[in-house]
Design a protein around this ligand. Structure first.
Ligand code: DC
Length: 221
């Protein structure tokens, strides 16, 4: 049986940075489920589907073939045969991903892909519903969070380092809006699984969080 580590938490909590580092240390694959929702969102944006049209979202969702490959140790997301990794990390795609992830048809399709990856390989998977829904039997479950201000500051620093002009208060407001939507949707809302360990990284360094999660994995192996 494969060993599965589930990491859930709100946007900007550092899940992907931490999960990637833990995967490398343990020689597991890292499955970024947010990237799958983002690929679906990119498809909807390209097809000019409005998330206010549920029937259209469900219909178009069937036409989006999303697959995952690992190239040089990196997860690559293919949308209808095209490597879409370069287009996934924009705010527009992130907001659309949050909106379309509320639809059960979208979730069912991507959850199936996620479960099949985890059944085949030892993996660390991050997202919003991994411990509660996708991998309820994961050997290690972590709920990784940080205050919205800390998360907004991290995003602000990332963007300004790239030379982008941005507004901290606006970033924080967007993060809080996304949290609200992810936590209050009807299907698989973001919440801490009963058996997940809460890690609040507001006052922790990346290395401290990685060490804490590796410690949890060691205990369960
Ligand atoms: O982690 P991220 O920012 O790349 O995720 C983008 C959106 O996708 C997020 O706002 C909600 C959705 N998502 C989800 O509903 N379930 C997951 N397992 C992962 C992401």
């Amino acid at each position: 049986m494969s060993f599965n580590v589930a990491i859930d938490g709100p946007a900007g909590a550092g899940k992907s940075t931490i999960a990637k580092a833990v995967a490398k240390k343990l020689n597991y694959i890292y499955v970024d489920t947010g990237a799958m929702y983002r690929a679906m969102a990119l498809y909807m944006l390209r097809e000019q589907v409005n998330p206010g049209q549920p029937d259209k979202v469900s219909e178009k969702c069937e036409q989006a073939d999303i697959t995952i490959a690992y190239e040089n140790g990196q997860q690559v997301v293919y949308l209808n045969g095209e490597n879409v990794n370069p287009y996934l990390r924009t705010e527009e795609v992130g907001n659309m991903a949050s909106a379309i992830s509320t639809f059960p048809r979208v979730r069912a399709k991507l959850v199936e892909l996620q479960k099949s990856l985890a059944a085949k390989s030892d993996c660390i998977m991050d997202g919003r519903d991994i411990g509660t829904c996708v991998l309820p039997n994961a050997q290690v479950k972590v709920y990784l969070t940080a205050s919205s201000l800390v998360r907004a500051k991290r995003r602000y620093d990332e963007l300004t380092a790239k030379g982008e002009v941005c507004d901290l208060a606006k970033i924080q407001a967007d993060i809080e809006e996304r949290d609200y939507r992810d936590m209050h949707r009807e299907h698989s809302p973001l919440c801490q699984a009963e058996d997940a360990v809460l890690v609040d990284s507001s006052d922790m360094s990346i290395d401290e969080v990685i060490t804490a999660i590796l410690g949890l994995c060691e205990k369960r192996q």
